[in-house]
Write a protein that binds this ligand. Sequence first.
Ligand code: ZN
Length: 242
Amino acid sequence: MKLGVFSDVHGNIEALRAVMAALRRAGATRFACCGDVVGYGPNPAEVVAEIQQLGAATVAGNHEWGVVGRLARGDFNAAAWSALCWTRTVLTASDRDWLGGLPPVVDIGPDRLVHAAPSDPGGWDYVISTARAGEELAGFGGRVCFAGHTHQPLAVARRNDGPAERLAPDQLVLEPGTRYFLNPGSVGQPRDGDPRAGCLLFDDAVGTVEFLRVEYDIAAVRDRMRRAGLPRTLADRLEVGR
Ligand code: ZN
């Protein structure tokens, strides 16, 4: 069965709907989310409802912890904190309960979902280098560890105790005896210079991975952010994917 994996939607319902359409067209029948459902974007409640409806396996990100009060103002930059405070005002109590109840780790057979580093899911480190991903894989007993948090696609492989190898985040064929650290990039706020929404398709039966980028209506989201009074810098970065 094909699993659609995505992360860091950050209240961007336009981007999430575009990603869902692309993943379904590509054959995904199940979905998994590596956290940061809310924060930054103008439609957090709609994104919560969509992910609940998908029945996506979902882990908590640092923005979930922020919105329910498990992280404080000092754990975020000013724009992020401002958006989180606004987000609290548009979520229902049941949305907040759902977000607050998300687990830090979900295992799907031999594969794992976390938001940041699997060695310390609540520490919120950024696994961005090949070396760090390799260290994470050294302590990981499964097959694929899916993570988000950096908003940049990443694919790193490690065969037994061999060196970590960086792979192009494109099409992969998983090899037996090899562990993988895969970040699908961000749906709602990409930061790798490509403003299109990121996600990936994982066929866990045959062991293939396909990273996808999907266009969506960025102007509509920017407009909604402006009307909601969200920080201008957060809207501007959607255009450039940084
Ligand atoms: Zn994020």
